[in-house]
Write a protein that binds this ligand. Structure first.
Ligand code: KG4
Ligand code: ZN
Length: 334
């Protein structure tokens, strides 16, 4: 059998990434060019800046990905690319690059959903078994997804307002932390105590059991800090972080447990940028012990093309290819 090599592109937000996957499970390279330094001073991702950076570095990323994988374009079997969701201008750079590459080398083109990518990053750890439940937590999304079979996704619960990562970044700004603040808040949380007892939303008996809301928590946090400021009190970022993280994790764990009770599955996948959270990993390890909990390694939690390559395998097997009219789909959902 000849080897199968997939070249994958990811440019949905602020990382330009190109990866090579061999025979469905061997990630040979995963080049990630981060633009974080350019966005930090704005306190968030500036879409036009992101698109411009992608244009500048994407061909270098392709060259590097092939070099590190020690293959040439002639060895490739297919090209995969994130079609959405994400920033439209950013997505278009990856889509245009992938189309040009596929056309030039006469390769099939596989469009991939970015959130399916986050989920399939778990394939790096072990083979996935279905049905499974996924808790996807990133800067733009917070959703519980029931996955009956490899390409059969159903969102069973999601946030009504802010995504978890977004809430981390917004409260980080109030504590004067640099963007993105999730990692630092996680570290601070481990040194403080839950003294503020912030609200845990959507946890009442008559609330939708699998829906999330984080805007009330964010507002409670901001009000607490502003009220203290007005009185001339400086609150401890460690206790603020511990209190915020405890409220977030209580909700994530509670909703995941309800979903697991409702949908019998073979495993739980927890993925997306916020899956890097150490507090979340600790609580999952102690509180969900009856089924395997699969979390991608840290380097595959944030945006990267390796996860897009893993997700493209089942689409390849189903023959889900796109023609050269493929466009970006910024609001794509499952
Ligand atoms: O998945 P991702 O890289 O990009 C999106 O698709 O959104 O997620 C980025 C988000 C940011 O909001 C960042 O603050 C958050 O993931 N994040 C974390 C941690 N590391 C990154 N949040 C909490 N704890 C962390 N350790
Ligand atoms: Zn993402």
């Amino acid at each position: 059998m000849t080897d199968k090599y997939i070249l994958a592109f990811e440019t949905s937000c602020d990382e330009t990434s190109v990866a090579v996957l061999k025979n469905d499970d061997e990630l040979l390279s995963n080049i990630i060019a981060s633009q974080i330094e350019s966005h930090k001073r704005f306190g968030g991702v500036v879409p036009e800046v992101a698109s411009r950076h992608h244009v500048e570095v994407i061909t270098t990323c392709v060259t590097e990905a092939l070099r590190e994988a020690q293959i040439s374009a002639q060895d490739l079997t297919a090209v995969a690319v994130t079609e959405g969701p994400g920033l439209v201008g950013a997505l278009l750079v990856g889509v245009a690059a992938a189309k040009a590459f596929a056309w030039a080398h006469n390769l099939p083109l596989i469009p991939v959903n970015h959130m399916a990518g986050h989920l399939w990053a778990a394939r790096n750890v072990r083979e996935l078994e279905f049905p499974l439940l996924a808790l996807l937590v990133s800067g733009g999304h917070t959703e519980l997804v029931y996955v009956k079979a490899p390409s059969d996704y159903k969102i069973v619960g999601e946030t009504r307002d802010d995504a978890v990562g977004e809430a981390y970044d917004k409260v980080g700004r109030v504590m004067n932390l640099t963007y993105p603040a999730g990692k630092e808040i996680d570290a601070l949380a481990h040194q403080g105590n839950d003294v503020f007892n912030f609200p845990r939303a959507m946890m009442k008996h008559d609330d939708p059991a699998l829906e999330f809301s984080f805007s009330g928590l964010k507002s409670a946090f901001i009000n607490t800090v502003h009220n203290a400021d007005q009185k001339g009190d400086a609150l401890d970022n460690k206790d603020l972080s511990a209190s915020f993280q405890a409220a977030v994790l209580d909700v994530l764990l509670a909703k995941t447990k309800i979903a697991l009770a409702e949908f019998p599955v073979k495993m739980l996948v927890v993925a997306g940028g916020v899956a890097a959270n150490q507090g979340l990993r600790e609580r999952l390890a102690t509180e969900i012990t009856d089924i395997p909990v699969v979390i991608p390694p840290l380097r595959l939690c944030g945006d990267n093309a390796g996860m897009i390559a893993y997700a493209s395998v089942c689409e390849f097997n189903h023959g889900n290819f796109a023609d050269l009219s493929l466009n970006a789909r910024p609001s794509l959902s499952f």
